[in-house]
Ligand binder design. Structure first.
Ligand SMILES: [Zn+2]
Length: 762
């Protein structure tokens, strides 16, 4: 029966009539046929099909060029006998049986390969869980029902930003095709966005242009500024700047015209500084005071010029930070793509979550005016990948809502830099499947992945996800892309229940070492939390007079840290956050286990234990050890060891992380420092205490060479500082020539609490 399809189906559908027996008892008379001049993708598709069918059935189907024979043939790609089907929409797949032949085809770029993958997954039962782990069913006799699938994904750019999911072949199997993936052309290639994002400073660096063209940069508080950092945007109504920006864009597009899209987007800023000039402000006011007004005004001009030379080319911009609110008057041109970044309480869905009303409104209002919307969806705690992050529940509904509001692309940003965060493999697999087909239910995908990948432990681990989701939701806490460890929503009861579930899960798979390892790896975030809670309990015992019965203490914290170190090495887990090394983070836990300090500095002698703590080099955190910070023997130091930084640097390369200290109490910091060099005056170094909760530093002070030059250490004292949480003390060199300030040495740091409530008896 030949089937002609005039319309595209919304979801994959399968019609059962007339079985095909591809292989019987490991033997087959079928073959795989390619067009006479097959594309790279068609060739890859035929190989992937042949290899997988061989693994499933034991029969090797030969790959041939089409030769007029149509029976017992699986046709790949644009063969001459392919029934007429509209495959013009990108990534359309066709899976179609006709008589005793089968067609796996689609849009020329990736369709045939995606059709093969869909066929292998949905019909044959192959599962690629990760880039290296699959379930291949054994079916020596392979009978399949008649096939009639034509499907086009609504999201044209699909991207799941987890480390393993970016690997080229796995990415193709997940049907991910976004900018960051490494899919080669043989596997269909991927979308590429010139500049990726934050291109203002990339294309018009202030170091190059500001001196001659201050007017291109924003007018802030009466003067043109570029600041030397990314907070400063551009004067978006400056005509000369616009022309230069257009010239640069056109140059880049001419060199990369196959990419199809260029980013014209704002800098990534802590506090974005937009232009206050008369013209920019006039457009701002016309647009309901939305900073997206001047932005779209500028982007439209670039897009208009781009269209003249490249009519099909798209121009992307960000709706992010200060530009998230849409303009009330101006409209993005038809060739402009708005990439809207999400900011949500991740325990709730965007559609129904009371805390996410604003985000939903933004999505809907951008969806109404943007010809094409592309969503940049944050899905992890970027300050700490090793925190359980219970946003598991509504991936599906959020993606459906994006598509209802015109989204044609999604960047699902997970913790790409971590090979073992909070169920990163499951997230990557589930999110990729939902991006390809948003009609699927997340619950079904969870069940499938967890049972398939964690075997008998799967359902117990799903209960663990439920436990965490309920706890986070009930706490009312806003789960966002930054959050502290231990998470405030996680009570010690939840921690204990979490361990009970993991104990059960591990027991269920104790006879299968491969699956046991997978389950044990997923406990790492819980272990990191547990050690932190243990350290916090030690602080509560020491500084707050808590009783042992009131706090959570591990039986053997040192053993747990040993195990963590082994697991970090075993799974090659590098980062705890963007740029933060996990190995160093965990090894510092050892130094935070002791309740007291062996040597009390003179200032602390006689003080009760709860009023002070001290830090030698073993509790320092060095950025770029051997490059920016150097551990050395120094007879002048209190314990014969010190750390130095070079005078011509400016990095905060010597830090003292303050793990789990009580907040909102005044602490005075003491730091012993000396410097060497020829200068007798001017800056020697800067001290500060930075909170990762507030994103700000306190007590920042620059000290002078005249105060600390020489061979003996000078003891500095800060003003009282109220800790706000997740702090570290930092020191920065003065960025002066080495012949002025050569080296700055740091011996020890200690902190003394100024005033303190009388601790309870215990
Ligand atoms: Zn301006």
């Amino acid at each position: 029966m030949r089937v002609l399809l005039g319309m595209m189906l919304l979801v994959p559908s399968v019609v059962f009539c007339g079985e095909l027996t591809l292989v019987e008892d490991g033997k087959s008379s079928w073959r795989i046929a390619l067009p006479s001049s097959a594309s790279l993708v068609e060739q890859t598709a035929s190989r992937e099909l042949s290899d997988h069918l061989f693994q499933v059935t034991g029969a090797r189907l030969p790959i041939v060029a089409e030769d007029g024979r149509v029976d017992r043939t699986i046709f790949i790609g644009a063969v001459s006998s392919l029934p007429k089907v509209d495959v013009s929409r990108p990534d359309t797949i066709v899976i179609l049986s006709s008589g005793d032949s089968l067609y796996l085809s689609g849009h020329p770029r990736r369709g045939p390969l995606y059709a093969v993958y869909t066929f292998l997954e949905d019909v044959v039962g192959v599962r690629w869980w990760t880039s290296t782990e699959s379930t291949i069913p054994r079916r020596p006799t392979l009978r399949i029902p008649a096939q009639k699938v034509v499907y086009s994904p609504k999201l044209l750019s699909r991207e799941t930003y987890y480390g393993d999911a970016l690997e080229g072949v796995f990415s193709a199997r997940l049907k991910n095709n976004g900018h960051m993936t490494s899919v080669t052309e043989a596997y269909g290639g991927h979308m590429s966005l010139i500049g990726w994002c934050h291109t203002f400073a990339q294309f018009l660096p202030a170091e190059k242009y500001f001196k001659d063209h201050p007017d291109w940069y924003p007018l802030i508080d009466g003067r043109r500024q570029a600041g030397g950092h990314l907070d400063f945007q551009l004067c978006l109504t400056n005509e000369e700047m616009t022309q230069e920006f257009i010239r640069i864009c056109l140059e880049k597009i001419r060199a990369n015209r196959q990419t199809g899209i260029i980013s014209v987007s704002q800098n990534d800023a802590f506090t974005p500084k937009a232009c206050q000039c008369e013209k920019c402000v006039a457009i701002l006011k016309e647009n309901g005071n939305a900073q997206s007004g001047p932005l779209i005004y500028f982007v439209n001009k670039v897009a208009e010029a781009v269209e003249k030379e490249f009519p099909e080319f798209l121009v992307e911009t960000l709706a992010y930070q200060h530009t998230m609110t849409p303009p009330t008057k101006i409209r993005p041109r038809h060739n402009v793509v708005i990439r809207l970044c999400t900011a949500v309480n991740a325990t709730q869905s965007i559609r129904n979550g009371p805390d996410n009303r604003r985000m939903k409104q933004l999505l809907e209002s951008w969806g109404r005016i943007a010809p094409k919307l592309y969503v940049w969806h944050y899905l992890a705690n970027f300050h700490n990948y090793m925190i359980p992050y219970p946003n598991y529940r509504h991936f599906d509904d959020d993606i459906r809502l994006f598509i209802e509001n015109n989204a044609v692309g999604l960047f699902a940003q997970g913790d790409k830099f971590c090979s073992a965060g909070d169920f990163v493999r499951a997230r990557a697999w589930i999110l990729a499947h939902l991006q390809w087909n948003p009609e699927l239910k997340a619950d079904d995908l969870y069940r499938e992945f967890f049972r398939g990948y964690y075997g008998a432990a799967g359902d117990t681990l799903l209960s663990y996800l439920e436990l965490l989701s309920d706890a986070a939701l009930k706490s009312g806490h806003r789960l966002s892309t930054s959050g502290r460890i231990p998470p405030v929503w996680m009570s010690t009861e939840v921690l204990r229940e979490g361990y009970a579930l993991f104990d059960r899960a591990l027991a269920l798979v104790k006879d299968d070492p491969v699956i046991w390892d997978r389950v044990r790896r997923e406990r790492i975030p819980l272990d990191v939390v547990a050690v932190n809670v243990h350290i916090k309990s030690l602080r509560q015992l020491r500084f707050e007079g808590a009783k042992e019965s009131e706090v959570f203490l591990l039986q053997d914290a040192k053993q747990m840290i040993d195990d963590l170190m082994d697991l970090v090495a075993k799974w090659k887990i590098e980062y705890i956050s963007e740029g933060g090394r996990l190995g160093g983070y965990i090894s510092r836990m050892y130094d935070n286990l002791s309740k007291g300090q062996p040597i009390a500095p003179a200032e602390c002698e006689g003080l009760p234990e709860h009023r002070w703590d001290a830090f030698q080099e073993n509790r320092f955190r060095l950025a770029g050890p051997g490059e920016w910070a150097f551990l050395v023997d120094d007879p002048a130091a209190s314990n014969g060891k010190a750390v130095y930084m070079k005078g011509d640097d400016k990095e905060w390369a010597v830090q003292v992380p303050l793990m789990q200290y009580p907040t909102n109490r005044p602490w005075v910091f003491y730091y012993a420092v000396r410097c060497e060099g020829n200068a007798d005056d001017g800056a020697a170094f800067t001290f500060g205490v930075h909170s990762q909760v507030t994103g700000a530093s306190q007590g920042t002070t620059t000290h002078l060479v005249s105060e600390c030059k020489g061979k003996t250490y000078k003891l500095f004292k800060s003003k009282p500082i109220d800790l706000k949480g997740d702090e570290y003390v930092w020191f920065a060199p003065p960025a002066r020539p080495r012949d002025q300030v050569d080296k700055i040495y740091f011996d020890q740091v200690y902190m003394i609490q100024e005033e303190m409530p009388v601790p309870k008896e215990h």
